[in-house]
Design a protein around this ligand. Structure first.
Ligand SMILES: N[C@@H](CCC(=O)N[C@@H](CS)C(=O)NCC(=O)O)C(=O)O
Length: 89
């Protein structure tokens, strides 16, 4: 798994998004940010794919090209730490 296989649907004033952004910063990851407030097309694709407009949501493109979506800031932080960093911090 590489960071360029990931993108984070978010908006900046969302505290749950800030939690994930803090982990991304802490781990020094270059993950594409897709601001659903700045770009309605990003929100549209999030809702279309997941049935929800809730952010943060991590879009994960598996090595085989399969895409999965992960909601919940704590789950996303745990996933990022498991993939790219220490087990807890
Ligand atoms: N338990 C979720 C809460 C996420 C949440 O409530 N996000 C808000 C923004 S701060 C949201 O997207 N609300 C709009 C919606 O649910 O459609 C998490 O930790 O990620």
């Amino acid at each position: 798994m590489q960071p360029d296989q990931l993108s984070l649907y978010m908006f900046h004033s969302c505290p749950y998004c800030q939690r994930v952004l803090g982990a991304i910063d802490d781990l020094g990851l270059g993950i594409e940010l897709r601001d659903v407030r700045a770009d309605p097309e990003r929100r549209r694709e999030l809702v279309e794919a997941t049935g929800r407009g809730t952010v943060p949501c991590l879009r994960i493109e598996e090595p085989g090209g399969q895409v999965r979506w992960m909601h919940e800031s704590l789950d996303i932080v745990a996933f990022l730490r498991e993939q790219f960093g220490r087990a807890s911090a």
